[in-house]
Design a protein around this ligand. Structure first.
Ligand SMILES: [Zn+2]
Length: 229
C-alpha cells in the first residue's frame, strides 16, 4: 500500500509539473500553440523586448523580408522605449502582453496582484500604440490556476508555441537552427527572443530557411483567426 501511495503521489506531482510547465497541456488555460493546418504557414514570436539595441535590428530585417511577426513585450521595458513599440505596431507587427517585469516569481503572484500586473502592462502598451492589446504570453510559459483565472477575467487570448528555439542558451546559431528546423511543421508557432546578441544572425538564417522551404510567415493572430483554438 505504501509503495502504491508513493507511486500515486509521484504521478500526481508529475502531472502538476507537466500541467504548469507545458503550455500546450491546456490544463489551466487554453493556449494557442500551433495552427491545425497543412498550409506551409508559420508564426514568428519574439519575447522579452523591447531591447534598445537588438529590437530595431530585428525590425529592419523583418522589414527587408516583408515578414510580420508578433512581439510579446515586458511592460517596464516598453516605458523607456515607446518609439520602438510604436515602430513595431506601425510596421504591421502584433504587440502582446508579457507581464510588467517578467519576475521569476510571476507564476506565484497572488491573483489580485497578477491582475494589476497584467492590467498595468496592457495600459502601458495600449497607451503607446493606441490600439487594444489582448494577446498574452505567460512569462516562462508557466501556467497555473491563478494565471488561468486572471487571463479569463481579462479576456486575453493566450499564445504558446510549438517550436521552442532555446535561443537564450547562448549556443551557436547553427545549433539553434538545427533544433528549430527539426521541429518546424505547417502551422508552427516559433518562440524567439529579440534581445540577444545573436538575434539578427538567427533570424537571418531562419528567414532564409523558411523562404527556401516554401513557408509563409504570418502574424500569430492571423493564424488564430484562420485556425481557431
Ligand atoms: Zn519571456
Amino acid at each position: 500500500m505504501g509503495a502504491l501511495l508513493i507511486v500515486c503521489i509521484l504521478a500526481a506531482g508529475g502531472f502538476l509539473f507537466y500541467a504548469s510547465y507545458n503550455i500546450a497541456s491546456g490544463v489551466y488555460l487554453k493556449a494557442f500553440c500551433r495552427a491545425n493546418t497543412r498550409e506551409k504557414e508559420v508564426a514568428l514570436t519574439f519575447d522579452d523586448g523591447p531591447d534598445p539595441v537588438q529590437t530595431p535590428l530585428v525590425l529592419d530585417l523583418l522589414s527587408r523580408h516583408q515578414a510580420k511577426a508578433s512581439f510579446f513585450c515586458i511592460g517596464e521595458k516598453a516605458v523607456p522605449y515607446p518609439e520602438i513599440v510604436r515602430r513595431m505596431h506601425h510596421e504591421g507587427h502584433l504587440i502582446g502582453n508579457h507581464s510588467l517585469q517578467h519576475k521569476n516569481s510571476f507564476p506565484l503572484t497572488p491573483y489580485r496582484e497578477m491582475l494589476s500586473d497584467l492590467t498595468q502592462t496592457q495600459e502601458i502598451l495600449e497607451g503607446i500604440i493606441e490600439s487594444p492589446v489582448t494577446f498574452f504570453r505567460p512569462p516562462f510559459g508557466v501556467t497555473n490556476p491563478t494565471v488561468g483565472k486572471a487571463v479569463r477575467t481579462l479576456g486575453y487570448t493566450t499564445i504558446g508555441w510549438s517550436v521552442r528555439s532555446l535561443d537564450t542558451r547562448g549556443e551557436p546559431v547553427e545549433q539553434i537552427m538545427k533544433r528549430i528546423t527539426k521541429q518546424i511543421r505547417p502551422g508552427a508557432v516559433i518562440l524567439l527572443h529579440d534581445r540577444l546578441p545573436d538575434s539578427v544572425e538567427l533570424l537571418t538564417a531562419l528567414l532564409e530557411y523558411l523562404q527556401a522551404n516554401g513557408y509563409k510567415v504570418k502574424r500569430v493572430d492571423e493564424l488564430v483567426n484562420d485556425y481557431a483554438l
